[in-house]
Design a protein around this ligand. Sequence first.
Ligand SMILES: [Zn+2]
Length: 110
Amino acid sequence: MGKRKKSSRKPAPARQKVPLDTAFTCLFCHHDKSVTVRLDRKEGVAQLVCRVCDQRYQSKVNHLTEPIDIYSEWIDAADAAQKDEQGMRRSTATSSRAVAAAASVDSDEE
Ligand SMILES: [Zn+2]
């Protein structure tokens, strides 16, 4: 009686073997669909690469990770890297200003 219900259940999808390939717009060269994200859930890694400017990014994946997650992670990482660079430049500017101030004290002597 209740047994019949079981046969109407759909079998679980079993095509997780194929890694997903998805294309996005590149942050750096702005080419449309030049960025490819490959998810390897078996290895637990994701590889993002732009085939135009050869930008690369690697991250970890879990069973919930989608290519778009890796892409947005990449954007965040690129953003952070850019801020880092700016911060470094600023601190360099500060120290060179200190040097300039010291130099101006020196030149005052002349
Ligand atoms: Zn690119």
